[in-house]
Design a protein around this ligand. Structure first.
Ligand code: PHE
Length: 344
């Protein structure tokens, strides 16, 4: 019984000294667990003289309950303390100003290029791309552009010198070289559009930039006519600028198409009566186009007597500028979010 009284005396101090719920469990096992003094004494009760049992039993229970109460009180205190620590360490100050995360959005040129491509994809065209650093052969020779053609001069074309003069390299001046690449890799029928970045030795003004974008189109099959070209471009004009548009094709010259034309669309802003958007002409020039020159077919290994086709190429900046009333091409490249943000 002395041992029991010792437990009763020591318990509050032991329990009070514990500072964690984990530690309290250990002390609990020590004080009232299976191998504790109290449990051992309970088990030993039957060995006592029957006359002593009630008093001893009552005292054991008293001490047991006392210890339980002390432990329960300590547990509650420790739980509250733990929760308070958590409340402080996990505190979120909802009044702190929020750091706004702005998500990136598409550049207007990307949006327009995708939109143009989508119009042709809806007609069954595929989308292809090609290299921006190109050989003179793909950019000019394959496209029936003679070595004396003015566009090949260094005043117009940006050449890249990799040190091998037999391999004349340049920054492509249009997306048309991808026509040749695509035909070399595919047998007709071909229906493809090619969005991409192109380069010219132009200085910057309101409508020219040394870097700009085009979408090229190419169709080749056994019986493609100029009427197919006209119908396709009219469909595009209506899809891009609205149902009321009409187009006109004005004779022009490109080395790689014959006949060639410039496609104009009736002004979407004034419906043709003349306004600022169309410089009072009622028409907006949109792209170059024409029937693929037989020499181009020869260059890529197609039989010009077996197939025919048309091609077109439009400037993406120009499309975006007329549609959105943007008056200087620099706005596409300065990346001022106050400007670009208006077109998301
Ligand atoms: N490549 C021409 C240009 O950059 C456009 C064009 C493409 C014309 C296809 C005819 C056919 O001006």
């Amino acid at each position: 019984m002395d041992e029991l009284e010792q437990v009763a005396d020591d318990a509050p101090g032991l329990v009070g000294a514990v500072n964690s719920l984990e530690g309290l469990k250990g002390v609990e096992t020590e004080l009232i667990g299976k191998n504790s003094v109290i449990s051992r004494m309970r088990r030993g009760l039957s060995a006592l003289d029957p006359d002593d049992r009630p008093t001893a039993g009552a005292r054991i229970n008293e001490v047991f309950t006392g210890v339980q109460v002390v432990i329960a009180d300590r547990r509650r205190a420790l739980e509250i303390a733990e929760e308070n620590t958590l409340l402080v360490s996990d505190r979120v100050d909802v009044t702190v100003p929020n750091h706004r995360v702005t998500l990136g959005t598409e550049h207007l040129l990307t949006t327009v290029m995708d939109e143009v491509s989508d119009i042709f994809v809806s007609l069954g065209y595929r989308v292809a791309t090609g290299p921006e650093v190109e050989t003179a052969w793909y950019n000019f020779d394959a496209l029936n552009t003679p070595s004396t053609h003015p566009a090949r001069a260094e005043s117009d074309t940006l050449y890249v010198d990799f040190g091998d003069p037999s391999d004349e390299m340049l920054l492509r001046t249009h997306t048309s070289p991808v026509q040749a690449r695509y035909m070399q890799d595919h047998v007709p029928p071909v229906h493809v559009v090619v969005p991409g970045r192109v380069f010219r030795a132009d200085s910057l003004d309101a409508t020219h930039s040394p870097v700009f974008h085009q979408v090229e189109g190419l169709v080749v099959d056994t019986d493609i006519t100029f009427a197919d070209l006209k119908g396709t471009l009219e469909y595009f004009a209506k899809a891009f600028f609205g149902d009321g548009r009409v187009i006109k094709l004005i004779p022009h010259f490109f080395p790689f198409t014959e006949p060639s034309a410039e496609m104009h669309v009736s002004c979407f802003a004034c419906d043709g009566s003349g306004c600022r958007v169309c410089s009072n002409s009622g028409w907006i020039e949109l792209m170059g186009c024409g029937m693929v020159d037989p020499n181009v077919f020869e260059a890529v290994g197609y039989d010009p007597s077996a197939v025919s086709g048309f091609a077109f190429g439009m400037g993406v900046e120009r499309l975006a500028m007329v549609r959105h009333g943007i008056t200087h091409i620099k706005h596409f490249f300065e990346n001022d979010l106050r400007v670009l943000g208006q077109f998301v």
